[in-house]
Design a protein around this ligand. Structure first.
Ligand code: N01
Length: 478
């Protein structure tokens, strides 16, 4: 018998999970997607300049290498097309129910009952929430009375007034550094409001010519070479942000040289020099962010934002920065895992209560008291330096092992509380010594606990989840 599996979310995570199950011969899989189309963050983020900041040879599934990438850092529409084509080819698209926003999931003593906003219910033996960490935009509560159009980068629309407009951009993270260079020159003026300067590195982008793509198409194993090259690069950046001295010095120097070469004005350069340790927030690969900030029609404001006025943004120095469009490049509610979905486990225990001090999960995958629940891209599985798809694929492989056990008649799989607690203790101990514990970033929740990030190298995570250990689980019926 093939266990019934409900996957929540049809982004990279949900599609990988469903594809792995189908490939393993488990075909009772339904993917519930809240939006009207598949694609997750690559459907949602369409702002000008939006592109992958992990090179595509690594930001693609290992089981679906793509010989057609046009360049090393492709734009968002190319990534979305790749994801959808892969989902089609692997038979996932036909399993997706669109406009199916899951509102609750309840363990009823043997299976999950999943309900969507329109009242439809699904029964499943296994529940796989794969809703990502970056699906819900955050607009900080800036007081004021701004009357012009406001947009978050993840909700960009093509009808926004950009050409010839005065645009205010709040935030200088991964989204802003792609957006601002793309609209500089189109807008009359851009005012960038920076709270903390990010670390940047040169982006080693390049076009992939026809010859290369032809060769990749004819001999897919050739694509392992660029994948290995990018992997090696991420090992260096990974070492740099997890305390490696040599790698750290190398990467910081590269960033300093980039700033010196690209920003001649010493005062501007000083304001763009990071104060946080490297890795506190995502290190950003860019060739055009710093040059954009040196343009006469772009200004960098580092004064604290006080409020908005009907026509702009007032900063602490009293100045009002007039704008016709205000863009929030202010990130996502990454620490609110499964926001909007009421999950109830054994004995009526709410997942929200289990996670009251912050989300956690054994191996980032499974939570005591919530049998047969396997998260994809769950707590402490984000990475600041490499491709999250690497983590996702290994989670999908673990899920397949779990479903295989259930198919062979095992009792529901509920991780032992002491096993999950020991794992969590270890991860949190390591995280308190990490760069993320010492600075403000979206990796930490309001209580200061790092709930999004994995503390080590990606290869360690792969080793930890390679084999499902039956002894980690309680053997209990229903
Ligand atoms: O968001 P962020 P993002 N007043 O949270 C500032 C992924 N991604 O959308 O640094 C003033 O990084 C905040 O300031 P500070 C990637 O994983 C991937 O840019 O906190 N400013 C910061 O500058 C990334 O890590 C791609 O001091 C305020 C900015 O807003 C994640 O998405 C592309 C503020 C938020 O930066 C999020 O990136 C884009 C306030 N009240 C994104 N509140 C790829 O290419 C916040 N800020 C794969």
């Amino acid at each position: 018998m093939s266990p019934r599996v409900v996957v929540i979310g049809a982004g990279f995570g949900g599609i990988a999970a469903a594809a792995a199950l189908l490939e393993a011969g488990f075909d009772d899989v339904v993917v519930l997607e809240r939006a009207a189309s598949t694609g997750g963050v690559w459907r949602d983020n369409t702002y000008p300049g939006c592109a992958c900041d992990v090179p595509a040879p690594l930001y693609s599934y290992s089981f679906a290498p793509n010989p057609r990438w046009s360049r090393r850092f492709p734009a968002h529409d190319e990534i979305l097309a790749y994801l959808r084509a892969t989902a089609d080819r692997l038979g996932v698209t036909g399993r997706v129910c669109l406009n199916a926003a899951v509102t609750s999931a309840t363990w009823t003593g043997g299976h999950w009952r999943v309900e969507t906003a329109d009242g439809t219910t699904y029964e499943a033996d296994v529940l796989v929430p794969a809703v990502g960490q970056l699906g819900n935009p955050v607009l900080p509560a800036i007081p004021g009375s701004y009357e012009g159009p406001v947009v978050h980068t993840a909700r960009w629309r093509d009808d926004l007034p950009v050409d010839g407009a005065r645009i205010g951009v709040i935030g200088t993270g991964a989204s802003a550094i792609q957006l601002v260079p793309a609209i500089a020159g189109r807008a009359a003026h851009i005012t960038v409001f920076q709270r903390t300067p990010p670390w940047t590195l040169p982006r080693p982008d390049r076009r992939y010519g026809r010859g290369r793509r032809y060769a990749y198409g004819k001999m897919p194993s050739l694509m392992l070479l660029p994948r290995a090259g990018v992997w090696a690069m991420t090992v260096v950046t990974g070492r740099a942000i997890t305390g490696g001295r040599v790698a750290g010095a190398l990467v910081r120097t590269a960033s300093r040289v980039q700033r010196r070469l690209q920003v001649r004005d010493a005062d501007l350069r000083a304001r763009l020099t990071p104060v946080d340790p490297m890795g506190c927030k995502r290190v950003l690969f860019t060739n055009d962010w710093l040059p954009a900030l040196t343009r006469p029609d772009v200004s960098l404001v580092t004064e604290k934002i006080l409020e908005t006025t009907p026509s702009g943004v007032r900063t602490a120095d009293g100045q009002v920065h007039e704008c016709d469009l205000l863009v929030y490049a202010t990130g996502f509610a990454a620490t609110d895992f499964l926001a909007g979905i009421r999950v109830t486990g054994r004995d009526g225990r709410a997942l929200a209560d289990e996670w009251a001090a912050g989300a956690y999960a054994h191996l980032g995958l499974t939570v005591p008291g919530f049998p047969n629940l396997f998260l994809v891209y769950g707590p402490n599985t984000n990475t600041g330096n490499t491709s999250v798809l690497y983590f996702i694929e290994h989670q999908a492989a673990y899920l397949v092992q779990a479903v295989r056990r259930l198919a062979s008649g095992a009792n529901p799989l509920e991780v032992r509380r002491e096993v999950a607690a020991a794992y969590d203790e270890e991860i949190q101990q390591r995280l308190t010594r990490s760069v993320w514990a010492s600075c403000r970033s979206w990796y930490r929740n309001a209580a200061g606990r790092v709930v999004t990030n994995w503390p080590g190298m990606a290869s360690e995570y792969r080793r930890r989840v390679a084999r499902l250990r039956p002894s980690d689980y309680i053997s209990r019926n229903g």
